[in-house]
Design a binder for this molecule. Structure first.
Ligand SMILES: [Zn+2]
Length: 330
């Protein structure tokens, strides 16, 4: 498939599938599934990210203990805040070093990924981070912990967090905007997007387009669901997942390995065909295939549907809009 510049940057496929309206359900439903929001300045990416902790299930006592221990090591507990009961929300600036992000030092200290343990790590302006800094995220994203190696010893720190990242669609921020004209050349846009490596993108489950107009609609929408209602639906979806994994060490769809995916993400003939066509047409990687199935499982859970339907897979596919294989063209 030959793609024009426009489709390379934004997902042409989602235009075909018609994006369902953006709301917090997007963020809520996929707990544990990392996301990248793409939109112009002022489209509300930061506001949406900050609301994630309020729509996640409350921390369990054990989670709170773990998180408190890390914050204690870093000397962040003081005054009346001796116990971390709320899921943490960490948003380090893009000038942070690799050691600041994952931990380090001669006497190893936890970094931001560990301070975000059981909560949310928000990286705004993702392409502005140093590439070597983004690369060190790969280990915690795969293994839920970081190992800081020093000559004398290796120290593991827990780092199980949800990554929420945000970026503009181009260096000036206004590519495809109705508010302002983009002044970037295609080469500049390409260079900007390529600052995020394919392997890192592969580890982000959801690529979400956040256009400015939709955000305004969201603010105005009188029928917009309140956070408690969304939180309740998410809790229900989480209960379905706890039940599904009750005899295993897992507790949510995001952590399924290939054998669980095989067991819990069974597709009927028509749905399998749709996915195979998309994989082939959009040139997705094998890793993306599994991620689409996991996200589709969660979307079906939110709809209280035992069977993963075509609509669930179709919705999951549109969240792979930034896949490198796709926008680098054919
Ligand atoms: Zn631009």
């Amino acid at each position: 498939m030959r793609l024009g510049q426009e489709e390379r940057v934004f997902c042409g496929f989602c235009k075909l599938l018609k994006l369902r309206e953006l709301n917090e359900r997007r963020l809520a439903g996929e707990f544990g599934q990392n996301m990248l929001m793409i939109g112009p300045p002022g489209s509300g990416k930061t506001m949406l990210a900050k609301r994630i902790p309020s729509i996640l299930p409350p921390m369990t006592f054990d989670e709170a203990l773990e998180t408190t221990a890390i914050h204690s090591v870093c000397g962040l507990l003081r005054g009346d805040k001796q116990f971390v009961a709320q899921r943490p929300f960490r948003s380090p600036h893009h000038t942070i070093s690799a050691a600041g992000l994952v931990g380090g030092g001669s006497n190893p200290r936890p970094g931001e990924v560990s301070l975000a343990h059981n909560g949310v790590l928000f990286l705004d302006e993702l392409p502005e981070f140093q590439r070597n800094v983004l690369e060190v995220l790969r280990q915690p994203l795969e293994e839920d912990e970081v190992i800081i190696s020093r000559a004398a010893r290796s120290v593991p720190f827990p780092a199980k967090f949800m990554l929420a990242a945000a970026m503009n669609p181009c260096p000036c921020g206004y590519w495809n905007s109705v508010a302002k004209e983009c002044v970037c050349t295609p080469a500049q846009i390409q260079r900007y997007l390529s600052k995020i490596s394919g392997p890192l993108l592969d580890r982000i489950d959801l690529h979400i387009d956040v256009p400015e107009v939709k955000y305004k609609e969201l603010i105005r929408d009188p029928d917009g669901e309140a956070s408690p209602v969304i939180a309740q639906r998410v809790r229900r979806a989480r209960e379905i997942q706890l039940e599904r994994f009750r005899h295993t060490a897992l507790y949510c769809n995001a952590h399924m390995g290939s054998s669980e995916i095989h067991r819990h993400c069974v597709l009927n003939e028509a749905t399998r065909k749709l996915l195979e066509t998309a994989i082939q047409k959009l040139n997705f990687s094998a890793r993306a295939y599994d991620r689409i199935l996991k996200v589709a499982r969660t979307i079906a859970d939110l709809a209280h549907s035992e069977q993963i339907g075509t609509e669930h897979v179709a919705e999951a596919i549109q969240y792979r809009s930034l896949d490198r294989n796709f926008w680098e063209g054919t």
